[in-house]
Write a protein that binds this ligand. Structure first.
Ligand code: 6R9
Length: 734
């Protein structure tokens, strides 16, 4: 028809003897150009000319093949990589149905390979990319920068791998990483991958410069993760500047290791400390000389000096070693450990609705294949690109799309240590101009922050190198999407809104920039091999236009393989609610064109500036305060963060609700979880709305937090007077 193209795909199965006929009909409607309701943005023609997936038909054809012939599709994709023993036999084996046995998924099990070899040696040896820049490191200050080629990275990784082996790390051991955005972070991850150790990176940077601490996680959170994964080594740094704030990372690490002792789990034998702040970041010769002098003066304490500020780094001579002392002297050769495709690669923690973080486990080959392929197609990567993902590596976005995906493609990436508004609010745009960035990937929360400063700081810089823009982490509101598209992308760069999770390993719903017509606010359509479904509360699959639970029917190579050490929690969190499906925890709407729109979490998780937080975890932290009798935390919309925390606190008798108490409670959350979880609102709640069976009615609390007066059906409420009281105590400002 005129406005819409209709693609029909019929599959007919006929059994002549039984007179039994099966017809499957797939209908895909491409949004038409004359759609009145919403503006659709079509791929720019110049991008299409040279693209890997140059139009919508090619996307459909590839998608169709990935679903109908997954074995062949993934076997072909695997050809690009180096296999010590090639994938043979069945590529995909899985069970998604709890009623039929243990949940499991395996890709290419039995094949042998090594992640590090594939992302480094293969590029240097087979693809002749030794001289190509892998990372353009840009420090907190514009004057601090460094380039690292693939050849240099390989040598440094081998040195680090040898040093880790010297400290006793073996295949399968877990290594905790608490490092800022510096080359050593990637080096440590790859070194672990090279020797078959499992890395667990813990740092998650906060984009907001207003937070006075460096990491999204506190020393207690770091300890909790070290204990859960039973890490034997911790790799950290002396300190780092984020904006104007100096953060003593070593001190946070020391506190964490003390907590590990207190928890009766002193597994960390060695703490490797990168001398970053003292050597690279602060770096004047004079300062370094003084540094050396001070080191000699005291063997127990190390001093760092920056801008005449001396920070004291406590030192445990038996446990602590400087990175430079153990890595620099090692050999540049280190044979990779050949691993099974399904051996673990890393653990990454994400919030869980019970409050305890979950160690999401990813394995070698499937993750390599999936991050590599999504990176290539979603950013339409070409060899002359300069790519920049502003996320931090301690987030899955950094693992997949700063480390593994780009490296597997031999890409040149910017690695940025700083914050978006330091030393000035145009820093991102300045960096794009400085390096000629062509593909740029950031979070809606950063876009909303920068939007506040208007177009002027953007227009000061030459952004003509940009070709594709991406977002990740939370739903992007159309206003922010349009600003990104128009002010940053100057109207000529497609915005790929990529929906995915720590658990999915890579993008699962996403546009392809030269192929998919875009609708602002929609993550559009599934990536290859991904089969989304929408279910209602009863687990019934909804067809056509629908809204409900977003689930996936089959695994793709990058999906998590488990929660570290907890199969039961893995199955109950993701597979028990709707047997036969992987449950994302997100709500979703499918529109008339088959486009997917994420509507937000359906569980007790909140998304603050793209960070998932569990209400139970925040409630746990607040309840530890002596004055607190009961507490309930809900989300409230926030213009910049997307969502923020609104806490209802019932005090024990004899305690008074004061400003100081509110500050103490906020401090408690910061200390237990980290600054990212700091509540914006803490309200006095003499009572909480409960059902007769004693369940807190969170829906009502959410409405009170939002000042929505029409509360709907309150018949299950045990005491309706509570609601009026809560309204009268509502916090109006943060
Ligand atoms: C990569 C990442 C996952 C949760 C996810 C969803 C939200 C991520 C989104 C998005 C709407 C997008 N989310 N991308 N919501 N549109 N493009 O963010 O991983 O930290 O595990 O968070 O983030 O709620 O379930 P993770």
């Amino acid at each position: 028809c005129k406005t819409n193209t209709l693609y029909l795909d019929m599959q007919v199965r006929c059994k002549t003897n039984t007179l039994y006929l099966d017809i499957h009909l797939t209908v895909m409607v491409v949004p038409g150009r004359q759609d009145k309701e919403e503006k659709i943005y079509y791929p720019p023609e110049d991008l299409q000319m040279n693209a890997h997936v140059p139009n919508f038909n090619s996307y459909l054809a590839l998608y169709k093949r990935s679903i109908e012939e997954p074995e062949e599709f993934w076997r072909d994709a695997a050809q690009e990589f180096y296999w010590k023993e090639s994938p043979s036999g069945q590529i995909l084996q899985f069970n998604f149905d709890v009623t039929k046995g243990n949940i499991s998924m395996k890709f290419m099990a039995g094949a042998k390979t090594n992640m590090c070899y594939n992302v480094l040696d293969r590029n240097v040896l087979d693809r002749n990319l030794g001289e190509k820049v892998a990372y353009l490191w840009e420090g907190n200050l514009p004057a601090h920068h460094q380039t690292i080629t693939y050849g240099q990275l390989l040598k440094q990784v081998c040195r680090c791998a040898n040093a880790l082996k010297q400290t006793g790390v073996k295949k399968g051991d877990r290594v905790a990483i608490y490092l800022p955005m510096i080359p050593e972070l990637v080096v440590t991850m790859l070194a672990c991958a090279r020797i078959g150790a499992v890395h667990s990176a813990v740092v998650r940077l906060i984009i907001w410069p207003c937070y006075s601490q460096f990491a999204g996680f506190s020393s207690e959170s770091l300890a909790e993760r070290i204990v859960d994964a039973q890490c034997s080594v911790l790799v950290t740094a002396d300190g780092v500047y984020r904006g104007e704030k100096l953060i003593n990372l070593k001190q946070i690490s020391d506190e964490a290791l003390e907590h590990c002792q207190e928890k009766g789990s002193p597994t960390v034998q060695k703490c490797v400390v990168v001398k970053h702040h003292a050597l690279r970041a602060s770096g004047t010769d004079e300062c370094n000389k003084l540094q050396v002098g001070l080191n000699i003066m005291s063997t127990l304490k190390i001093y760092n000096l920056y801008k005449n500020v001396v920070i004291l780094t406590p030192w445990n001579a038996e446990r602590d070693v400087w990175w430079q002392d153990i890595v620099d002297s090692e050999s540049e050769q280190c044979d990779p450990e050949w691993l099974d495709a399904e051996d673990p690669l890393f653990i990454l923690y994400t919030s869980g609705s019970t409050g305890k973080p979950k160690g999401v486990l990813h394995t070698v080959a499937g993750y390599l294949l999936y991050t590599s392929l999504t990176f290539k197609y979603v950013f339409d990567h070409h060899h002359d690109d300069v790519y920049w993902c502003t996320a931090d590596i301690g987030w899955i976005t950094g693992h997949s799309y700063i480390a593994y995906g780009p490296l597997a493609n031999g890409a040149t990436s910017v690695l940025f240590e700083g914050v978006p508004v330091y030393p000035h609010v145009g820093r991102y745009w300045e960096v794009i101009e400085k390096y000629g960035v062509s593909k740029f990937y950031t979070a809606p929360t950063a876009i909303r922050l920068l939007m506040k400063y208007g177009r002027e700081p953007v227009e000061k810089y030459d952004l003509s190198s940009l070709r594709v823009l991406g977002t990740v982490g939370e739903p992007i509101n159309p206003e922010a999407w349009l600003w990104y598209h128009d002010a940053v992308g100057q109207g000529r760069c497609p915005v790929v809104d990529t929906f995915w999770q720590t658990e999915t390993g890579g993008h699962v719903l996403t546009p392809l920039p030269a192929a998919t017509p875009l609708k602002p606010g929609s993550a559009t359509l599934p990536f290859f091999g991904v089969q989304p479904c929408i279910l209602n509360e009863h687990g019934e699959e909804l067809q056509g236009e629908a809204e409900g639970y977003l689930v996936f029917r089959k695994p793709w190579p990058g999906i998590m393989r488990g929660i570290y050490g907890n199969q039961e929690r893995f199955e109950s969190t993701y597979f028990r609610k709707f047997p036969g499906f992987y449950v994302t925890g997100d709500g979703c709407r499918r529109d008339k064109d088959g486009y997917y729109w994420i509507t937000g979490r359906m569980d007790d998780m909140l998304n603050v500036s793209g960070h998932l937080l569990s209400t139970a975890e925040v409630e746990g932290a607040l309840s530890e305060h002596a004055a607190v009798a009961e507490v309930a935390v809900v989300g409230r919309p926030h213009p910049l963060k997307g969502e923020c925390l609104y806490c209802f606190v019932t005090l024990k008798d004899s305690h008074e609700f004061t400003h100081d108490l509110v500050e103490e409670l906020k401090g408690k959350v910061r200390e237990k979880i980290g600054p990212i979880a700091t509540p914006d609102f803490i309200q006095n709640a003499p009572g909480l709305p409960k059902t007769r069976s004693g369940k807190i009615m969170r829906r009502v609390l959410r409405q009170i937090a939002r000042n929505e007066k029409d509360l709907g059906d309150l018949s299950t409420l045990a005491d309706s007077k509570v609601v009026d009281v809560l309204f009268s105590y509502r916090c109006k400002t943060a």
